[in-house]
Design a protein around this ligand. Sequence first.
Ligand SMILES: [Cu+2]
Length: 707
Amino acid sequence: MANADRFRLSLLVASLAAAFSQAQPSAVGQWSSVMRWPEPATHAVLLPTGKVLWWTEQEVQNLHLWDPATNAQTAVPTPGFNPFCSGHALLEDGRLFIAGGHIESHVGEPRATLYDPFTNAWIPLPNMNAGRWYPSALTLPSGDALVVAGSTTSSSAANTLPQIWDVKAFAWRNLTGALLELEQYPWLFVAPNGKVFCAGPEKTARYLDTTGGGAWTAVADSSGGEREAGSAVMYAPGKVLIAGGGDPPVASAEVIDLSAPRPAWRQVGAMVKPRKQHNMTVLPDGTVLVTGGSCGVGRNNESCPVLETEIWDPKTERFTVVAPSRVFRGYHSTALLLPDGRVLSGGGVRTGSIEIYSPPYLFKGSRPSVASSPDSVRYGETFTVATPDAARIARVTLIRVGAVTHAFNQSQRFHELQFTAKEGAIDVAAPPSAAICPPGPHLLFLLDANGVPSIGKMVRVGGTPVPIADRVVVVAPNGGEKLRAGGSFEVRWVAQGASGTYTVELSDDGGATWTVLARNVAGHSYVWTVPPVETERARIRVTKDGAPAVTDTSDLPFAVSLGLCAPCGPTEPCAAGFACVEGACHRPCSAGLADCACQSGPIVAVCACPGEVVKEGERCEERGSGAFPICSTGLECHKGRCRKAPKQTVFDTRHLATADRPSAEPAVVAPEEPKLPGPRDNPRGCGMSLVLSTLLLSFVAARRPMR
Ligand SMILES: [Cu+2]
């Protein structure tokens, strides 16, 4: 922050503090002192254990568990990739689904993983179709997890394919009928009709039908227009509040009721301050807390910090200003409801501190207490909560635990439950269905007539979670690779369930016959010396030892080449049909030798001959001299590779099953064109890591120059 901004902020803090110094906490609530945290809290998730899993911005890959009860921080092992800029959702059984993340600014991580809060362990999942940077995730009524949007390789390359992580099948389901380029971190909610409602930040709100191949339909346009970096919350089933956002940011707010015959956005009272990058947190009494943000133009305008805190009441549909915070929390800040009814407010760019807000209801008398409550409840059942305060309970509410980043909580939603009081207990009606209340961990609150809530009790809503069955999925080689005979290759698979060992097999004839490569392999990878065979129909099969049904095969065939790029020399000739060029075996072409860029690794580059007509992904000559390969019909030469006409969106089909591929053409996957680090388009965003750039540079250096 510039000195002038810092001075302005201190004046603002002083003047707001003076204005509120006389106000009672029972009217305006109260902020804690500012507490230092090791890093900015850019992602924060309340786990079913009552602890907060949080992690930070940029290349720092430290994850932490914070215990609100003891204030202790403990380190969490890394998931093996950087989950900054990922999407997240809590599954029915309380495990956290994390999809995508950060390779560099706008370049998304294709990996996904589950975090088990009960064992502090990660379960890697098969990769998504492509990278996702700034996606949103959502647990569906089925208990499966949807992931939508995010960028793949650049700010203009959106991942347009919604994907569903099928918990039972341990596999992705692709909504190929619902390709759509969406804004980053879309605001997704399960609607009462079972569809997914995307409330923004785009002007047009839509439904996503996740059945079959999926389909989007428009629902209503916001009169506030596009609300970039605004926020949204489902404050009752089917009822959504959106507020702020835009450039410059606005103060306006709108609501929609999806249960209405023709849902439409309706303006409600505006916020006191225009803002963006603020957080909205639904509270145990059903009101919505608005914290932080900036009132200036741009992504994170520090010269216009909003310290005013506001509370929106769904009964009056108006915002009320309460006690101000002390620290500017804009871009990369978070707010999260804690089990005790307070709200954690932390983060902001390079802002390694938190404050905790105690809402007015914590200053209005003694709290109702819960003597006992069930750990889980089923849809439609009546359950009993023992409480010595049964006679004074006025409301029972249920809030799905939060998972927040980038000004949007991808998990929280609010429910009012019906109940009847009896002696020493209350009987409570559980939510009627998964569309009204998707399965997963929730906080149950009892409130008295003054709106004072009990401490929240963690309760799992839903049926019986899908048992964690034994599964194995081969992730490499998974189809399309071209391996060099004699090279070494790391066969990799992911798995869930009981630990065990694995048998790895190879077929070089499309799966007709199999040869065992290794037995009793511990762990989830096996380094394999590629045998001297020539085939385009190879597949790998991995089977759990003692469990023949727990098995998986490469989705598509890969190739092994005996000749191409094999090392050669005066005493080490190439196989028949290949010629030795600069120590590597090349395929001869009629008009001379091919320009095969052989790499040092096990994967060989695609080899193309001058004048030859080549397929998508293969090398070509942009200047069109005719001496170099020509792209086949429907393709054009772009950056040295034959590609479909350049598009703004990327639909990477490499990981789809054959039936899902848009064309019946066999898959040809060229090694990615190396990308040199360019000027950063976003100085705050994440630069390419040193390791990655070094790897790419050494790859580039290893390539023979183009002729
Ligand atoms: Cu960011």
